[in-house]
Structure formats: C-alpha cells, structure tokens
Ligand binder design. Structure first.
Ligand SMILES: [Zn+2]
Length: 371
C-alpha cells in the first residue's frame, strides 16, 4: 500500500518541489498534492514514473515509516534554507533506515559518550558545566591533554553514526538527532575543509550531549542562538582543552596561532575565540588579531586549509565491505534489502564510487524490464 509520507520524504531528499516533480513526470501539481495528502493513490504507471524520477525503488514507497522522535538541531534558521533543512532531515532518515537494515547482520560499536544532563539541568546549563562535560568526554576517550587525532573515527567507535552530504546551502553546516537511543549526524560536504569539518562534528556532538533531553518548547524558550553557542562552546572545549591551551605561547600572535592550528586541528579563528574565552587574551587583543586576520584575507581561507585531507566516516564502508566479503552478500542483496539505490547507498555510506553501482547491476535491471 502506497505510503503518502514516503513521497514527501523522497521529494525532500531530492530537494524538488511538487511543481518540479509534476513537470518531470507529466502530472499536475495538484495531483502530487493529493498523493501526498493520501486523498488519492498514484496508479501503477504513475508510481513507476515517480520511482524512476526520484531514483528509489517502487517497493520503498509502500514501507511503513519508522516511528522515531528526535529534535533536529540546525545551524541556520533562515527562511531561504527551509528546503535545505528538509533535505538534511530526509537524507538523515535515509541514512538511518540503511544503518538499521544492515544492523540485522552486524553489531555497531556501543555508545561511549558521557551522560546527557537531565531536562532541568539542560535548560539551566552554564558554560562552566559545558566545559566540564567536554572534559569528561575527553577523559572517557583517554585523551589526556593531547589533540584529537581523528574525531570522526573516535565518534564512530563511540557509537555515533555519521554521514556527509551536499546540502546546497551556504548557511547549513549539519544536522544531528537521536533516533532510538543512537545519535546520528549529517555534516554538509559543501564546505569541504578539514578544520571546519572537525569543528562541525564537535559542534554536533555538543548538541547530542547537551540537548538530548530538551523538548522543542525548551529549545524555543532558550533561543536558537544560545543553543548554537552552547554547542560551539562544547566544540571548542573538546578540541582545544583549557589545561593545554593555558600552557601554550604567552605571546599570542597570528604566526604562533598558525603553528597551534596544525597541532590542534582547529582553525586560527577558533583558536582566537578559545583563547579569548579562557581569558588568555583580552578584548583589545582579540580585536587586533581579528583585524590583522581580515587584513590578510584569511576570512576567505586560512593558510594550510588545503593541506589536510578531510576526515572521512568509515563505519558503514567497513560494514558493507564485511557483508560482501564474509557475510555471503552480493552487491544486489545490499540494494534489495535496504530498498535504496546504489547511488544513495554510496553517497550516504561514503563508499567509493562503483562499490555497489556497476555494470552488472545495470544489466540485471535491464533484464528485469525485459521480463
Ligand atoms: Zn548547531
């Protein structure tokens, strides 16, 4: 039975509106609207067209939607980014369904995150407490005072599911949520920069830990800006621990910060902010550094930005490799059982192109059509 919510989800994931879809498949926008509200069902012929246009199997449209609740945290709330936000949520839902299906055959790492503050504590959280939680998380990871080498790997081995995707927006950096007691993160690929990506992941972990118990209403009363600042503060504390930073250069100049940048894997801008919040530089010093920073045009890109390769999630790639090599799975099985296309699987599970999409599969689909 056709599930109308699935059509909305698929359209959001592809970021096309009702009218665009209508034009592409040769139906009226009002018909799409009726299918999405459930007042009409698409004919078999229409479903074939929808499925082809949206590149999702016909059977996918008849599946029940998993029941999960979670608050999604977005960096930007601009009106222009509404469809980018829908896309991020939909793509994260795709990713969730893929991971959930494959979990029948593999065990993902157990959660290794500090306990989230309860609702009352979360509503009234202080910046000091946020710093403590970041410190507790570092302790749990046995990091001592060292920089985090590969945050993505650390998160994945701590039970956090991470994917990356194009969000086609200048202001959207990522989205995260808890689904059935496991955290999920989707970070934008649009600004592919090692330093920024690490901060984005740390920021999303901030939401995951600090804001897990908050309701939509709580978030509203605290305010979007404050929620974002809390996550930023958590990220700074996690990536640039206070005890170590306080020991570094007394003379904080842009040149010294460039050395620190490579050591901590954090941008010069993030280091300035962190040094300021730790009281290691005063307001005037911060202003001077940022003036000099702008003068050197570092706002458009800092030195060494392109010298480091962006961290890559590997958990799902390893999972699929394992299923193919030792689980007795064929490429087609992964596609058939998840109901997602090879392209979606490759993109969301960060698989090298061609891992699942190959000529054999295309030929097989053609054969099916002939039958
Ligand atoms: Zn955020």
């Amino acid at each position: 039975m056709f599930n109308p919510e699935r059509l909305v989800l698929a359209r959001s994931a592809r970021r096309i509106n009702q009218e665009e879809l209508a034009n592409k498949i040769g139906y009226s926008p009002s018909m799409i609207s009726r299918w999405e509200s459930g007042s009409n069902l698409p004919s078999a012929e229409a479903l074939v067209k929808i499925s082809k246009e949206l590149n999702i199997s016909e059977r996918w449209f008849s599946l029940k939607l998993p029941k999960y609740k979670g608050i999604y945290q977005f960096r930007s709330l601009k009106r222009t980014d509404i469809s980018a936000r829908y896309k991020a949520k939909a793509r994260l839902a795709f990713f969730y369904e893929i991971t959930k299906t494959l979990e029948q055959w593999v065990d993902y790492p157990k959660l290794n995150l500090v306990q989230s503050p309860n609702q009352t504590e979360a509503v009234n959280i202080t910046y000091k407490r946020i710093e403590e939680l970041a410190e507790e998380q570092r302790k749990l990871w046995k990091l001592g005072r060292r920089p985090i080498k590969n945050l993505t790997r650390l998160l994945e081995s701590s039970g956090v599911m991470i994917t990356k995707d194009w969000l086609d927006s200048d202001d959207m950096d990522g989205v995260s949520t808890w689904i059935n007691d496991r955290p999920y993160i989707l970070v934008a690929k649009d600004k592919n920069n090692y330093f920024r990506n690490r901060f984005d992941n740390a920021h999303e972990l901030g939401h995951i830990i600090l804001h897990k118990k908050l309701s939509d209403k709580d978030c509203e009363s605290i305010g979007h800006k404050e929620i974002e600042q809390q996550a930023n503060h958590f990220a700074s504390c996690l990536l640039m621990p206070s005890a170590s930073l306080s020991l570094s250069y007394r003379n904080i100049t842009l040149e010294n910060l460039l050395i620190e940048k490579r050591y901590w894997g954090s941008s010069v801008a993030a280091l300035i902010m962190r040094n300021h919040s730790l009281g290691l530089i005063d307001n005037d010093h911060k202003t001077r550094l940022f003036r000099n920073y702008s003068y050197r045009k570092w706002r458009y890109g800092e030195p060494y930005d392109d010298d480091f390769e962006v961290e890559k999630p590997e958990l799902m790639y390893n999972t699929i490799k394992l299923l193919l090599s030792e689980g007795g799975f064929q490429k087609e099985d992964i596609i058939d059982r998840t109901f997602y296309s090879a392209e979606d699987l490759e993109e969301l599970c960060i698989l090298p192109r061609g891992t699942l999409s190959n000529l054999d599969i295309q030929r097989r689909q053609k054969l099916r059509l002939l039958i």
